[in-house]
Each structure stands twice: as structure tokens, then as C-alpha cells.
Design a protein around this ligand. Sequence first.
Ligand SMILES: *Cc1c(COP(=O)(O)O)cnc(C)c1O
Length: 345
Amino acid sequence: MIDLYSDTQTRPTPGMRAAMAGAVVGDEQADGDPTTLALCARVAGLLGKEAGLLLPSGTMCNLIGVLVHTRPGDEVVADAGSHLYCTEAAGGAAIAGVSVWPVQATHGVFGPAALLAAIRPAARTAPRTTLVSVEQTTFNGGEVWDPAALREVATLAHAQGLATHLDGARLLNAVAATEIPAHEYALGWDSAWIDLSKGLGCPMGGVLCGSQTFVEAAWRWKVRLGGAMRQSGVLAAAGLYALDHHVGQLQEDQDNAHTLWSVLSTEPGIAFDPPRPRSNILRFTAAGLDAVALTAACARRGVRLRALDARHLRATTHLDVTRDQAQQAADAILAAVAAVKRDQA
Ligand SMILES: *Cc1c(COP(=O)(O)O)cnc(C)c1O
């Protein structure tokens, strides 16, 4: 099966497993695990931040970002299609006591005017808008923000007294797509993180970065939420291994997504949204066909896609999909589209 369901489907490679097995470890929660400290310093450097901390998931990176930057009763501005708003079980509401103002953005990218319109008036009766969160690349279609656009939003947010949080689950995919370094994207964002369990191919984890003060506050929440670990070096070693060996792969994922796009574009019924994929995520509809029927037809031909709703499908390239498999998958999807069209005719 060629698994394009998500880049979370990657399996740890033999090299990564060996690095994990050989990790030097300590007690993270008591006095620091050396391999974890090395990973946090490395990612903080990559993002141009003072410090970082390892968390079990990207979801916890977002939750702790919200917890540190807000107080109960505050409001967070985020894209209506964002991971934070749609697929984190309303952690901000349930645990941080905040509401989210969902911005209707194009593929998750919005400008200063949209942010300004989302900020509540300074009235006694209104929630206090205290944080803006954006994603690079976006969950809502894999779009890539330009650094200038990110900086404009961050600058306006600060001028309005908001804190800024960058969900960089796939930030390194944006780096692969544009060759712009990660720290340029993170400039002006008070907190920023990368996921280890997506394109980097680790079994789990994310590294949340910011100022020393931010990370100290984040540490308290990590403990409170039960995210403080012991011999976390076993996980951190996977992260360090991925930064040494898997970052180059993100470029290939980018190329494979382009291959899929260019082959699938030969079928006039297939429409991409966004029209030209910028990273490793393709979202599309196929001649109005039922997405569930089409994923089943693809599965019978050895390709796993994700049905997002009744009509939209998603394909994501990653470490465990080779160049040849991307080509094979594109051909199989075209054959499946033809077959479902025949069935429904
Ligand atoms: C996957 C993802 C997350 C959450 O990361 P997990 O490690 O799966 O908890 C957050 N934001 C975005 C944009 C993501 O794609």
C-alpha cells in the first residue's frame, strides 16, 4: 500500500531506531536529560529562539502556547480551518478557558486587515483578544506564508498588545519549498514549534521554543499537564537523528507532491484547492465524485488517500513514499477516477 493518508504514517527507520537504542539518557523532569537538552538547544537555534522544550505532541505545543500567552476568558485569533481550532478537541476552551475567533482565511493565510477585524473592541463586555496563532505550512491546504506576510501580522499583533504563536508542525516543509531558513519565518513570533512526528519521521513529539521566560512558564504547564518525562532522551535521539538525516527528504516530498499534481492535472475533472500545491499536501476534488467511493477505489489499487468530506480528498507525501511510488500512485488514482466515473454513469 502506498500510504498518502498523512505524513504521520511514517515509520521510524532502522537508523532512527538504532539512534534511539543508543541514546544517552537522564531524568528530564528531575535535572535534565542530556539528549533532550541537546535536541531543545538545536531546535531553538534553528528557530532563532533562546530556548525550547520537548513535548509529547504538537497538540500539547499549541495548548501550552495558549496557556502561557492567555488567561481564562481571553480570546485567540486563528484560521477557521486551523488544526488548533478544528482538531484539538477544543483544548483551549476546555483547559485554558479561552474562546477562539475563527478567521475566514484563504487556505489559512490572512493579512493584517483580517487580524484587525478579528480583534475585539476594548469593551467591558467583550472577551480580551490576547493571542494570534498561525500555521506554517497551513493545515488548511498546505499553503506557505511568505516571511513578509508573517512579519506583517506579527508586527500588527504586537502593536495591538497581542502575543504571537507560530504552529510550525510543518515549518520545515515550508523551508524545503522555499529555501528560506526557519528562523526567518519565526522572526517576530513569541513562540514557535516544529513537529517531530510528521515529515521528520519520529514516532512522536514536538519542540516548543521561545524566550527563556516563555519556556520557563511553559515548563510549569508541561508538568501540570503530565507532559514532563524521565528518560526522554530515547525520543530526543529520534529527533536529533531526523534533523541530521531526514531534512533533505522533505525536498523529495516536495518534488513527489509536484509529480502527483502534474500527473493528476492531466485529468480535467480533478480540481486542486489550492490550485497549485505549495508543499507536501494536495487537496482536490475529482469530477464531483463521492470522496469515500474514490478512496475505496484507490485502496483497491494499492493507494491510501484521505477523504476530508463528501467531495474533498487529501494526499500527503512523506519519507515512506519514493519517487517511483509517487508516479505509481498518480497512475492508480487516475485509473480509480475513471472506474468510479464509469460506476456512477
Ligand atoms: C499535526 C498537527 C498538529 C498537532 O501535532 P500532533 O503531534 O499530531 O499532536 C498541530 N498543528 C498542525 C498544523 C498539524 O498539522
